[in-house]
Structure formats: C-alpha cells, structure tokens
Ligand binder design. Structure first.
Ligand code: KIV
Ligand code: ZN
Length: 517
C-alpha cells in the first residue's frame, strides 16, 4: 500500500520570518483558510512567545481553522512552551507544540554554551513539559544536519522515549547535499532503536538551492513529514517550496517511491498568489509550478509539438495546479452571480465584501475588454490586505518631461476637507511620492518597487508592490499593494496602502522583543 507524506506548512512561521513578509492577524487567518482548502496536514501558525501579535494570530487560527493540525513553535524554555500551549489550545485534539533546541557543536559552543549532556536533558524536559498540555509533540534538534550523527541519534532516541510523536531533522543553514542528507536520515533509522514510534520529519533551507532535492532525498530514506512553505518563502534564501515538493511527488511518483500527499493540487496556484499578495514577496517569472512562465510555450517548435500532443513538452497540466483563465466575468453580473462564482473558487466572503468586489469588477469591465479569473483574484486579495484607510486617494494628476510634477489630492478619514498639494521630483513616481509625504507628514523611503501585469493584454491591470521604510525606521519594512490599469495610479494606491498599514501597525499593541532563534 502506498504511504502518505505529511505536509507541514510553515509559511506563517518560518515563511513570515523573512524580512518584509510580516502579515497582520487578518491576513494570517486568510492564508490559514487557504492552507486548509489546500489540505495541508499541519499548519505551523507562528511562534507565540515572539510577540502578542504572533500569540493572537496562532490562537485565532487554532480557534477557527478546521481540518489541519495547528502547531505553535517554542524554544525549550518553560515560558515559551506555556505560551505556545495556551495559543494552540483552541484547536483541541488537533493542537501540536513544536519544541526546538540546537544540537550542533557550533550552536552548543557559541550560542547556547551548553554541553551535550545539558542539551539532552533540556530536550527531554522540554518534551515532557509540552506533554503536560497536549499529546502531539514535535521536537526539532536545530542545525541537525551539522550535528555529530551519534549525538543526533542519542537526542532523537531520548525525545522519542520522552514522548515526542514527531522528530524533525532541520537543515537549518541549507548546508546539506542530497546524498548526505538522505544518508543521515538512513543513519537515524539504522541507529535509533525506537525510531518507528515517531514520524521523522525534514525541514530544509534553500541557501544552496537544494532544499527541495534534500527533502526528496530524505523521503526516499524514510522521512514521512516534509516541512515547507508556499512559494518557498522563508529566512534568507527560503525554505523548501511546498508546490515543488507536492508536484514532484505526484508527477514523479515512479521516481520518488510512489508516495501520496493529501494536498488538493488544484488549490496550489491560488495559494501561491495569495501568499505573494499578502507578503509582498513577488514570485519570479520562471519559478517552477507557480511562476508566470511555468506553463508558457513561446518557441514555435514547442507550440507545434504541443498542438500534435501536449505531452511532447508538458509533464503536467496548468489546470492540475489550478491555473486557468476563463472569460466569464462581465459588467452585467449581479452580486448573487458573483457570490456564487467566488464561492465555487473557494472564497468565503461577507455580503458587504461581495458587493464591494462586484462594484470593482464592473468598474474594471468598463476599463478593460476582458475580465479574467486572475483579475478577480487580484480584486479579492485586495480586500484581505485592506486596513483602515486613514489616507485615501481622491485624485491624482502627473506630468512627466523636464520637470516631472504631481498634483495629488488626499482625503484624511477624520477630516471633511480634502488636502491638495503639488510637487516635483526626479521622475513622475518620485514627484508623486514626495507630494504624498508632504501632505501626510510621514517620510517614506522605497526599499523596493515592482510592477506586474495581473493578466495579459495592453489593458491588463498593473499590480504595483512597494516595500517602504517610514520615518527612518530602517529595521521595519512595510509592504503595500495597489492595482489599476494606470500604473502611476497603482503606484499611488500601493504607497498609500503601505502608509495606512504602517499607521495601523503603530496603533496595534507594541510588539514585544522577538527572541532570536
Ligand atoms: O530552520 C530551523 O532549524 C527551524 C527550526 C525552528 C525548526 O526553523
Ligand atoms: Zn527553518
């Protein structure tokens, strides 16, 4: 009988740890809902001790999301474990506490200043304390791939004996090579007598671009849980990408041992888009499975082959991962028809949200010949990243040429009168942003600016993503998104979205210091 590979998604924890990818609670909940539709087995919802925001997000996800297990991360420290336990409690018997402690010599000597015996003791105590709260405990020996294999086997044996149901073997710094990592998993199976009592998991980082290859090598050697993130986002070069793992196991079942996952692959593309939208982490065009070019065939010889038989140049279909663009949206659709279609697409929205989306679809249909599913997804995703609009765009007029000039009119939520100003800059965008800064009294500095077309055609929606530092706070990057058929307007909307998010975050409870991992 074919065996299942469990998919442990850590987009909301390790993924969110990458600079500029932070999400607010509403956004995290929306991603969690999509992960449930994708049918991941475990959602690692966050690191509850890290901040009050992280704690609340994990707790809300544990309370609302049905289906997947909900995990919260904790160091091997009592206060961490207690906080994680409280956050995942609403998930009931689907709650998991994920405890970690570094085991490699370099971490022992320089970070923890602890001997092997102390590590062993603390790991066991951590698992035991977590077991006081729930049955499903995962233990991770951080930097496992650089740990002495004998010591790693000893720790693995001890934490399983203490009651850990899952032992995760992280390649924390993305150092392993596939043959070594596969051999390390095999070594554990050969040297840990109680290993069959636990699920062996893998967690690979992508510093050498080997995260997916390493994860698959581990699966071939006995691992039955893979930790990964949507679009491979994560610390530094990221984590193993969920979509690549899942589709490799599915498309090359013959090569990777015939295992299956519970993932609904038709939800992959939507998950990728949503995470990209929420985090502002743009997906590269040639990214496997979810990049814009992943299923595009430009060369004539390829197109000719494809017409004769799709299998000549296609190993999977775009539809397998939920990529299709139907032309079924139009300005004559009423909000009931829109609600029905959005429901079929898996979106659960309030009556008010559907009405707003319907108005936006109609407005777009007036500007653009054809409205595709992707256009509608962009509109729906826009609802999720919405924060209270302290500053709203009323109108904008920009001229370019020798002295680029912008005339901007903004409305402040608590004031009746709109405020208008005119300013110049190095280019039309610069002129506009400087004028917005003057009106709002904030000072933004662009860390990143990108434009993407949502669909094809000259009249496609341009989606602008900006990453901004406000008021000289170089440590805090705020992401903003805006879409319009006019990219200057899309840029203004994206910048105002970032600015409103900054003001919103400032009003939220001040974040407690994030502990370093
Ligand atoms: O990369 C890593 O080692 C981690 C652990 C906390 C599992 O993210
Ligand atoms: Zn990690």
């Amino acid at each position: 009988m074919s065996e299942q590979i469990l998919i442990f998604d850590t987009t909301l924890r390790d993924g969110e740890q990458c600079p500029g990818a932070s999400m607010n609670i509403r956004e995290k909940l929306e991603v969690a809902r999509q992960l449930a539709r994708l049918r991941v087995d475990i959602i690692e919802a966050g690191f509850p001790i890290a901040s009050d925001g992280d704690f609340e997000a994990v707790k809300s996800i544990a309370g609302e999301i049905q289906g997947p297990r909900i995990a919260g991360l904790a160091r091997c420290v009592d206060t961490d474990i207690d906080r994680a336990a409280e956050a995942v409690k609403p998930a009931g018997d689907r709650a998991r506490i994920h405890v970690f402690l570094a085991t490699s010599a370099i971490h022992r000597e320089f970070k923890l200043k602890m001997a092997q015996s102390e590590i062993l003791k603390r790991a066991v105590e951590g698992v035991q304390r977590a077991l006081g709260y729930c049955k499903d405990i995962e233990f991770s020996p951080e930097d496992a791939s650089r740990t002495e294999p004998e010591f790693l086997a000893e720790v693995t044996h001890a934490v399983i004996e203490a009651g850990a149901r899952t032992v995760n073997i992280p390649d924390t710094v993305g150092y392993a090579a596939p043959h070594e990592y596969g051999a390390l998993i095999k070594y554990l199976f050969d040297h840990v007598p109680n290993i069959k009592k636990a699920v062996i998991s893998v967690h690979c980082h992508n510093d050498l671009g080997l995260a997916v290859a390493n994860s698959l090598a581990a699966v071939q050697n006995g691992a039955r849980q893979v930790e990964c993130t949507i679009n491979g986002i994560g610390e530094r070069a990221g984590n193993a990408s969920l979509e690549e793992i899942v589709m490799a196991l599915k498309v090359r079942k013959d090569a990777f041992g015939g295992y299956f996952t519970n993932i609904d692959s038709a939800q992959i593309y939507r998950s990728s888009r949503l995470v990209s939208h929420m985090t502002g982490m743009v997906v590269q065009r040639n990214k496997a499975i979810v990049g814009d070019n992943a299923f595009a065939h430009e060369a004539g010889i390829h197109q000719h082959g494809m017409m004769a038989n799709r299998a000549t140049y296609e190993i999977m279909h775009a539809e397998d991962v939920g990529r299709s663009s139907e032309l079924t949206w139009g300005k004559h659709m009423g909000h009931h028809a829109v609600a029905k279609k959005l429901d079929e697409m898996g979106y659960k929205l309030s009556e008010d949200e559907v009405r707003r989306i319907t108005d936006q679809i109609k407005a777009l249909a007036d500007k653009k010949k054809q409205v595709y599913d992707d256009d509608v997804m962009a509109i729906v995703e826009g609802q999720f990243t919405e924060v209270p609009q302290v500053w709203k765009l009323d109108y904008l007029s920009v001229t370019t040429g020798k002295i680029p000039t912008a005339s901007v009119c903004l409305i402040r939520a608590d004031k009746k009168e709109p405020i208008t100003d005119v300013g110049t800059g190095d280019g039309p965008i610069d002129a506009m942003l400087k004028t917005i800064d003057r009106i709002t009294g904030l000072k933004g500095s662009l860390a990143d600016y990108s434009v993407n077309n949502v669909t094809r055609g000259k009249d496609a929606i341009g989606e602008v993503t900006v990453r901004v530092h406000f008021n000289g706070d170089a440590g805090r990057i705020v992401t903003g998104k805006g879409g319009s058929t006019d990219i200057i307007e899309a840029s203004a909307l994206a910048y105002l979205n970032a600015l409103n998010r900054y003001l919103y975050e400032q009003r939220q409870t001040a974040e407690t210091e994030k502990p370093t991992l």
